[in-house]
Write a protein that binds this ligand. Sequence first.
Ligand code: ZN
Length: 221
Amino acid sequence: MSYQHQYVDGTRIHYPLGKVVCIGRNYAEHAKELNNPVPTEPLLFIKPGSCVVPLEGGFKIPTERGSVHYEAEIAVLLGKSLSTRPSKEEVLDAISGYAPALDLTLRDLQAKLKEKGLPWELAKSFDGACVLAPFVASSTFPDTTNIGIRLTINGEVRQDGNSELMLNPIVPMIQHMAAQFSLQAGDVILTGTPAGVGPLNPGDEMVLELPGASRFESRVL
Ligand code: ZN
């Protein structure tokens, strides 16, 4: 299934999809639920653009590879390049939009990789591992430290977080990422998942939303 960045009104966003830069354990309650220590510095990993699929219309999961967990996250779309040490103003100016996303994770495999101290790509980069909804414009959220994210599965709220709970808030997080490697227009930042992660199953009906700004219904095919 091909993916193209777009706004909620259907307007296509003309930057090509780039990489998806992710942060792990960015909410203390989520680190705790998986018995992970809270990292002393941001734990970053990258999903390739090839793993991104649109949320709308439903998506598939590779159940034959073990437990597939959902992680609902606030996705930030960049519309400008950032490198070296961008200022807060430069980061804010580079943000084009926000959307809810799912960072899908092969949890059994990730646990094995973690145990061996190996990289997480096999658990995080499979085709379909990043499910993205259309974006709302960045002006929707003048305060980046107060953006909600909520996931409801089969009528039950499973995750309900807010960027105010992030250990690394959005702007300093992106400053830190850009200090490690260049970020480009079309790249997406996944800002970490709040508590409440769990397995997905075919047939699950879900509502993924940035409360008050955008709301999407989808399902696991
Ligand atoms: Zn995640």
